[in-house]
Design a protein around this ligand. Structure first.
Ligand code: ADP
Ligand code: MG
Length: 325
């Protein structure tokens, strides 16, 4: 049986993890959130956060398109984004590298220069790693962080009646990728969103104390809404017309003959945040000048997970990036 036959990475992860002890009294959230949450071990009462993400040459980046500095930045950002999604702040980082023996030393140094830029921006300290040889450049980063218990936002914390909000336009990175893949002259902003995205650690500390569930948008809005609903045992209704799209992403969709909505729902790596929040707390965010967009609401599980289209009809909210299909 192949991985695609069992439904992709998430079914695989479930099957694999059943073979290993994965429950402990201090492990407040393990497999299934953006980062693991370990409580009861830090002297200041905060929870320890741990996340890890891997980038593989030709699957996650192409050396013809991305300079090593850009790959370095992205490899740090996708991890910081997972810590931000928990409501936390990043602290220490470990970098494991597999490099083909033909790799230029200058290339690897530039990769680390890019990591350094991102680490300075987000307050991350390099604390170790591992280096070996391999057929393709493979970069794995494990990132630690901390979160005050009252700021912790788990995927399982959404409640029916919450609003679902995003911190910015979605589908922009996918638009950049589509333009570059099709060989179009790609606007700088779209290229940048795909090659050197930022993450939303700038707003997450203000959102986290008020939000219930939070997740970063790395596999498309549809996948992330489904993750929150599955873990919170709720339904959701997303309003297609309310999903914020960048005008350049709309134009990219026209040029590449794509639907801009599918960039937003199924395109990956926007690294904006999706969160659920009570309506009165959403208003408080607005008063504090935190710019977020409401895209739908959390409902009871029985109501299902739907996308309301501009013509008023609803369809199942499906889609999202699957690494094995
Ligand atoms: P994200 O997109 O936020 O990085 P993933 O979709 O990669 O999260 O992972 C979902 C969850 O599954 C996370 O809790 C992650 O730690 C866990 N996970 C992913 N791959 C494995 C694996 N091979 N073994 C154990 N846990 C895994
Ligand atoms: Mg994530």
């Amino acid at each position: 049986m192949r991985i695609a036959d069992i439904g992709g990475e998430f079914t695989l992860i479930e099957r694999l993890c059943a073979h290993v002890p994965a429950v402990h009294k201090n492990l407040l959230a393990g497999i299934g959130d953006d980062a693991a949450v370990i409580g009861g071990i830090q002297a200041d009462g905060s929870h320890l956060l741990v996340t890890t993400d891997m980038l593989v040459e030709n699957s996650h980046f192409k050396c013809e398109w991305a300079a090593p500095e850009q790959i370095g930045i992205k490899s740090v950002v996708c991890n910081v984004s997972d810590i931000a999604a928990m409501g936390g702040t990043p602290t220490f980082m470990f970098v494991s590298l597999a490099l083909p023996p033909t790799t230029e030393v200058e290339w690897a140094e530039s990769l680390y220069r890019g990591m350094g830029r991102a680490c300075r921006r987000y307050g991350v300290i390099l604390a170790g790693g591992d280096t070996t040889h391999g057929a393709a450049v493979t970069i794995n980063i494990a990132l630690l962080g901390r979160v005050a218990p009252e700021n912790l936002c788990l995927r399982s914390h959404a409640r029916p009646g919450d609003l679902l909000c995003v911190t910015g336009p979605v589908g922009t990175a996918a638009a950049g990728l589509a333009m570059m893949s099709a060989g179009f002259e790609t606007p700088d902003l779209l290229k940048e969103k795909h090659l050197t995205p930022g993450c939303r650690l700038d707003v997450s500390p203000a959102i986290a104390p008020r939000a219930h569930a939070m997740i970063d948008i790395s596999d498309g809005l549809a996948a992330e809404v489904n993750h929150i609903c599955k873990q919170s045992k709720t339904g959701a209704e997303i309003v297609a017309a309310d999903i914020p799209l960048h005008p350049l992403a709309v134009e990219a969709a026209r040029l590449t003959e794509n639907d801009p909505l599918s960039f937003a729902l199924s395109g990956g790596e926007d690294f904006e945040l999706l969160f659920s929040i009570a309506p009165q707390d959403r208003q408080q965010l607005e008063r504090r000048g935190i710019d977020v967009v409401t895209v739908g609401k959390v409902t009871d599980a029985a109501a299902g997970i739907f996308l309301r289209m501009p013509d008023g009809k609803s369809q199942a909210l499906a889609g999202g990036y699957n690494h094995f299909s």
